[in-house]
Design a protein around this ligand. Structure first.
Ligand SMILES: [Zn+2]
Length: 333
């Protein structure tokens, strides 16, 4: 129920949260890796969230759906393949512009792949897709808080080295409560100096103050999730004043227990306070959803009007990490 006259964009989509089940099986077979199931139907419950609520542990990797992804990313070719397939899937969903994000350390962890090599492989697939697949795309490198600030230098270095080969931005994700923003202030200063755009997962598994820190200490231009901004009017005012967009992903928030249900999701509040809130999928493969699903949820579960849904879609175009010329081209398309 998105509007066909406005570009359809997804600004918050994890490359490694969007693997096809068929591909997981295929990679496991190719590299002789064990998986808990050998066909799509039996793999689904291991690889996708069910209808019931999940937990933080599901997201942070302990015995999780994400560790299955790590398991099958056996070499750089696998990284290339899933990037290409992510872009094909975006086309199939009717998406005009997508920003795909990934943590090279996370993706390479199980099989000892080098963060620089993982990023290069992803950028090669991105390059190959340009002009061949009818979707515009940019890449965002994630620093995983969970590995600690020291290890994150390697992720930042990979982002900076690929600045002109598809990577436009830097993100921070992972254990938000255990590794607060200030630990990464120097990383973000360097990213800004290298002309990388900046977003931060904040207010998802920690409170409103984590969002304040992301803005004031990291210079975040966008906030991933930002759910807990709703707990502090001063933080919502800060986001409004600075025109900082929120990358909202309602189904992910419900599945990972960030909110108890759609009815408690603050997206409508953000919209009505004039915040630049956008609608995104987060991990469509793991959530078992697509972007159209989130647009349906916006109308049917969040109770937004058609005009409000249209506003979400327009906000996405406005908040994209695109240079002005490319944004104009996207709108004119
Ligand atoms: Zn995310």
């Amino acid at each position: 129920m998105s509007n066909p006259h406005i570009p359809l964009v997804d600004l918050h989509r994890h490359l490694d949260g969007s693997l096809r089940l068929e591909t997981m099986l295929d990679l496991a077979q190719q590299h002789h890796l064990p998986l808990p199931a050998s066909d799509v139907a039996s793999l689904r419950p291991f690889a996708q969230m069910g209808a019931g609520p999940g937990s933080v542990a599901d997201l942070l990797g302990v015995g999780s759906k994400f560790s299955l992804v790590q398991q099958v990313l056996a070499d750089y070719d696998a990284c290339r393949r899933i990037t290409w397939e992510n872009l094909e899937d975006a086309v199939r969903e009717g998406i005009d512009y997508v920003e795909l994000r990934f943590s090279p350390l996370f993706m390479g962890e199980r099989h000892g792949l080098d963060p620089m090599g993982v990023t290069s492989a992803i950028c090669e697939a991105w390059q190959e897709a340009r002009g061949r697949l009818p979707v515009q795309a940019k890449l965002i490198v994630i620093m995983s808080r969970t590995y600690g600030p020291e290890a994150c230098w390697a992720e930042l270095a990979a982002a900076v080295a690929h600045r002109d080969r598809g990577v436009v931005g830097l993100d921070l994700a992972g254990d938000e409560a255990g590794f607060p923003a200030h630990l990464f202030a120097e990383h973000y200063r360097r990213a800004q100096a290298a002309d990388l755009r900046r977003t931060v997962h904040a207010g998802e598994f920690a409170g409103a103050d984590s969002i304040r820190q992301a803005v004031l200490e990291l210079g975040a231009e966008r906030i991933g999730h930002g759910v807990h901004a709703a707990d502090d009017p001063a933080v919502m005012d800060l986001l409004a004043e600075r025109q900082i967009a929120i990358e909202s992903c309602p189904t992910s928030n419900v599945q990972f227990g960030v909110v108890p249900g759609y009815a408690a999701h603050p997206l409508p509040l953000f919209l009505r306070r004039g915040l630049c809130v956008t609608l995104n999928t987060d991990d469509p493969g793991i959530s078992g959803i697509d972007l159209a699903h989130e647009y349906r949820i916006a109308r049917q579960e969040l109770g937004l009007s058609e005009a409000e849904v249209r506003r979400l879609q327009e906000n996405g175009v406005q908040a994209a990490f695109l240079p002005p010329g490319e944004r104009a081209a996207l709108v004119a398309h």
